[in-house]
Each structure stands twice: as structure tokens, then as C-alpha cells.
Design a protein around this ligand. Structure first.
Ligand code: GLU
Length: 550
């Protein structure tokens, strides 16, 4: 028996050769310096902020060089399959403006000429590579059972040896070809292991684009590359085959793969393939009391992408925040280039946090506040409408009925040098402007936030006097303010704050108290945007109605 006989027996159903495959996947024709990256999730269907962060970096690095960014579904662990997982991944990514040049576009179709982009559809391709390795004496069948491996592990722990299938522990490594052939013919179960040529006492040094220079012992473990259960490869081998054939130049992935780099580099070397560049990124962290831990999809609501959608936090603001944590120099760039497309910023590996960025919801909200404050009122209206159509049908009806009025409300203290920054999300807007709609104002019992002046008679006296004798819809802001002052003088309140501070006992209160009474009467709130603008939008009749119910 020869090694080729053994390889032919193991892959008796395979009808494609290693050489065929190499021909089928030509090198990509890209311009000098163009980078090819991929986002390679398992199809669990659940995308969280950490994935968006990673995919943002992967996409940006490729696109800014005129390269290719593609999606690859890593479903060799079929236990983790989730229905419609691919569609959900695509949708979540698209919502955060992350689109792929190549890859699956749904469960059945894909675009790009380096596919299939779903690993479970590439079984023959992996088979051809593994077969080639067996023929080159770089892989072998291993018949060790779960029980054998468990005993081996227990023994290694007992004698305090390194865990794993290597050296003297790699029992099947030295089986003769004849014996392996016979055992397979007899129907024994087996996996295929890589035959490592490494030496644990030697070091390998490599340059990780994020972490810098890294030194590890060489790999000497004969890791499993093809599983027995479904004949699919393990991650280690699948990534080698795919990243090679798909022309990935930069593998950007989670740092938990960092310790596998020695194995991966050895695998590439054994296959005679130049490895890609590696960039291992740390997961997004969160401050939890005094501790810093990984942002958790179980514990942190802001880890789920649905959180942003449901609250209506503007996507461009979330993306700007992601860029802020992705590159330490982004924030300064963004401040100076607020109107530019984010794609004009150049992301660099050396500005990516080595230890993982901190996810800070307050910072994100403040970016979102700034972002919304820069929009035109009609844009805020459009976004608000979109949000309400999905999450608040009644309010959506209302703002559509009073479209122009709503835009005017949203325009109060907007489009000025220092615009108001009330809202960070669209779900919040109603809590700030509900009182401007009679349908909402007169709906339930009102909870007025009266301040210094609480006496009902005094409140009524001020309001009636004001509306009957001083208020006119035609007044411009200065006239309006002067009339407020006259009202104060007339009722014994100070119209001049300086005088009031000097002799408070001479007055019942000041102009601040008077405007507060008007503000609270009309809105129930002690804090609102500009009172003059609010009154202008309400108009005299509606102001009167609000005064009359007190
Ligand atoms: N499927 C791997 C994971 O989800 C991806 C690792 C990689 O990007 O190479 O962890």
C-alpha cells in the first residue's frame, strides 16, 4: 500500500483534485496595495456590537485601499446552525452600512467568483486539500476514540505535561499505511490530523498588525483538520483553504485566535502557501463598577443591535461612535470634518486599541445628540416618522396630520450657531414635544411642574392679565419680551434682574418667576425650548384654552 492508496481510499468519492482547484481560483487581479478582508461569522444569526465593530474595521481597511471585502459563512460546526441566520446577518450589517462586495446574498444565492462562500458547500475543496496533505505525508488518519483522548488528557494532567496530541502522545501518527488502510476498510471511525513538523522548544516570531511583534513556541500538535462526524474541516484548516483560495490578504479577527497563529502559520507553510497578514483585535469592553469586562450580549442591552433600532439612535451616529472606538485619532478628525463622509477617514492598524476599546453609552449618546442637532428639522421629521411608523402608530398618525406644525416644533432652536441638543434618539422626541399637541395635552390629568409661584390664584392672575392685556400674536421677540417686563412691573415683580438681586424684598418675585408660570401653564414643564417660539406655534386661542383649564 502506498500513501496515495490510503488517500484514495479516504477520499474515494472525491472527484476534484488539488490541482483542479488551484486552477479554478486564480489570484485576484487587484491594484498594488489593495487589501482583501472578510467578515467570517458562524451563522448563529445573532449580530452584536462587537461584530459590528470588527466588521466595520474589516470593511474599512479593504475599501480604503480599493480592495475587496467579502462575507464568508463559517458553518462547519453544524450544531450552531440557525434558520435564516444568513439573512439576519446581512440585514443587521446593512443597517449599519456594512455591505459586502462578495458573498452570500441569502441562504441560496451569492455574488462573487471566489465562492461558494458558505463553508458547508465547500466540502470537496477541503477534501482535495486534505488528500494532498496525506499524499505528502503531512496528514494522517487518527482512530483514537473520545475515551482514548480523555485518558490521555487525564494522564497529562496527572504528570503535569502539556495537554494535546503531540510527540509521544500522538499514537496514530506512526501507524503503518497498511494498518491505517485496513482499519478504514474495517469501518473504524477516524478523523484526519495534521502531521506537525514543529518543535515546541523553538520559537516563532511574527508581526501582528494590531498587537505588534509576538513570540510563541512553535506548534507541535497534530490538530484535527477533518472531523469524522460530517467530514467537514475544523476552523483551523477551513480558514487556511478559504483565505488562500479567496485571496484574503489580511485576516482581521478576534484575539482569541492569536494563540492558534503558530498552528496556522505551520499549516500554511506545509501547504506551500504564503500566509495572509494577521491582525487580532481585542473585543469591545465595558466598565462595570471598578472592573473592565467584555461587552456581553447577555448582560448589556447596548450589545444587541436591536437596542439601537428600538430606541431609534441614528445609525450614522452609531457608526461615528464605532469609528471613534476603532481608531484613537478618529474623534479629532471627525470634529474637523463633520460634513465629510466617514469613508474619507483613513483607518490604521496601529491606532486600533491593543487591549480593546471601552464601550461608553454616554459618549455614544453625546455623538448622537450632536448628530441630530445638525440635521434640518425636516430630516429629523422624516427619521422620526420612520421610527414612529414602526414603534408608535398613534404618534405617527399625529405627526403626519400636523406635518408642517411638527417640523416647526422640531425647528425650535435648530439651525443656529449653538443648536439645542435635546434628543439622542427618535424614541425620546415625543417626551420632549408631546405637550405641543392638543390631542396629547388634553388627554390625561396633567402634572404641572410649578416652581416658586404655586398659588393658584396668583398663577391665574398672572396668566389672565398677560393674555388679556399684553399678548399679541403679531409681536416680534423684542416686543414680546418688553411686554413681559411691563407685566412684571404692573404686578409687582422685578423686570430687571440686577435690581431684583439688590433688593429682593421690594418684589413679589422676578421676571424669571413670571415666565416660569407661563411656561409651566402652557407645557406643564419647567424646562422647555424657547418660550416665545412655543407660544408662536400654539397661537393665542390655544394658549387661552390652556390657561382656562387651570
Ligand atoms: N468563524 C470564526 C468565528 O466566528 C471567525 C474567525 C475569523 O474571522 O477567522 O470566530
Amino acid at each position: 500500500m502506498t500513501r496515495n492508496d490510503l488517500a484514495n481510499l479516504i477520499f474515494k468519492d472525491l472527484n476534484v483534485s488539488y490541482e483542479d482547484i488551484l486552477k479554478k481560483y486564480p489570484k485576484r487581479d487587484l491594484k498594488e496595495g489593495a487589501v482583501v478582508t472578510r467578515y467570517a461569522p458562524s451563522p448563529t444569526g445573532f449580530v452584536h456590537m462587537g461584530n459590528i465593530y470588527a466588521a466595520f474595521i474589516e470593511r474599512k481597511i479593504a475599501k480604503q485601499t480599493g480592495g475587496v471585502f467579502y462575507l464568508r459563512i463559517e458553518d462547519t460546526d453544524q450544531k450552531r446552525y440557525v434558520e435564516n441566520g444568513i439573512e439576519r446577518i446581512l440585514e443587521d450589517m446593512k443597517n449599519f452600512h456594512i455591505e459586502f462586495d462578495e458573498g452570500p446574498i441569502n441562504e441560496l444565492e451569492e455574488k462573487g467568483s471566489y465562492g461558494p462562500y458558505i463553508q458547508s458547500k465547500r466540502k470537496d475543496i477541503y477534501g482535495a486539500f486534505v488528500k494532498h496533505l496525506i499524499e505528502c505525508d503531512l496528514a494522517y488518519p487518527c482512530f483514537c476514540s473520545e475515551e482514548d483522548l480523555k485518558n490521555m488528557r487525564e494522564h497529562q494532567m496527572e504528570v503535569k505535561d502539556r495537554l494535546g496530541y503531540y510527540g509521544k502522545y500522538a499514537k496514530c501518527r506512526n501507524l503503518s499505511i497498511d494498518e491505517a488502510y485496513k482499519r478504514i476498510q474495517n469501518g473504524e471511525k477516524y478523523v484526519i490530523r495534521f502531521k506537525s513538523q514543529g518543535n515546541f522548544d523553538k520559537k516563532i516570531i511574527f508581526n501582528d498588525l494590531v498587537k505588534g511583534k509576538i513570540e510563541f513556541p512553535e506548534n507541535d500538535k497534530d490538530e484535527v483538520i477533518l472531523k469524522s462526524s460530517d467530514g467537514l474541516p475544523t476552523y483551523h484548516f477551513a480558514h487556511l483553504v478559504d483565505d488562500f483560495l479567496m485571496g484574503t490578504t489580511h485576516v482581521i479577527r478576534d484575539q482569541n485566535w492569536l494563540s492558534s497563529v503558530p498552528l496556522h502559520l505551520e499549516l500554511f507553510k506545509s501547504c506551500g502557501i504564503k500566509p495572509p497578514k494577521y491582525a487580532h483585535i481585542s473585543p469591545v469592553n465595558k466598565k462595570d463598577g471598578d472592573a473592565i469586562r467584555k461587552l456581553s450580549k447577555r448582560k448589556d442591552k447596548e450589545a444587541a443591535v436591536s437596542y439601537y433600532h428600538e430606541l431609534g439612535i441614528p445609525v450614522p451616529a452609531v457608526i461615528a461612535y464605532i469609528a471613534t472606538i476603532a481608531n484613537s485619532n478618529f474623534e479629532a478628525w471627525y470634529d474637523n470634518n463633520i460634513d465629510k463622509d466617514l469613508d474619507e477617514f483613513t483607518l490604521t492598524f496601529n491606532k486600533i486599541s491593543k487591549s480593546g476599546p471601552l464601550f461608553d453609552v454616554e459618549k455614544l449618546n453625546s455623538i448622537a445628540r450632536d448628530y441630530i442637532s445638525r440635521l434640518k428639522a425636516s430630516e429629523v421629521y422624516d427619521n422620526l416618522l420612520k421610527w414612529t411608523l414602526e414603534f408608535d402608530k398613534d404618534f405617527s398618525d399625529l405627526i403626519q396630520k400636523y406635518k408642517d406644525y411638527t417640523i416647526n416644533i422640531l425647528n425650535i432652536e435648530r439651525e443656529q450657531k449653538k443648536p439645542r441638543k435635546d434628543f439622542y434618539c427618535y424614541s425620546e422626541i415625543k417626551t420632549y414635544i408631546w405637550y405641543m399637541y392638543d390631542e396629547l395635552f388634553f388627554k390625561d390629568k396633567l402634572n404641572y411642574e410649578w416652581q416658586n409661584i404655586k398659588d393658584k390664584n396668583e398663577i391665574k392672575e398672572i396668566l389672565n392679565n398677560y393674555i388679556d392685556n399684553y399678548y399679541s400674536e403679531l409681536d416680534d421677540k423684542d416686543t414680546w419680551f418688553n411686554k413681559m417686563k411691563s407685566l412684571c412691573d404692573n404686578l409687582g415683580y422685578a423686570s430687571n434682574m440686577k435690581e431684583y438681586k439688590e433688593n429682593p424684598d421690594n418684589y413679589k418675585g422676578s421676571i424669571v418667576d413670571i415666565s416660569m408660570v407661563i411656561r409651566v401653564a402652557l407645557t406643564t414643564k419647567s424646562m422647555t425650548p424657547d418660550l416665545y417660539d412655543i407660544m408662536k406655534l400654539l397661537g393665542k386661542d390655544r394658549i387661552k384654552e390652556r390657561i382656562n383649564i387651570l
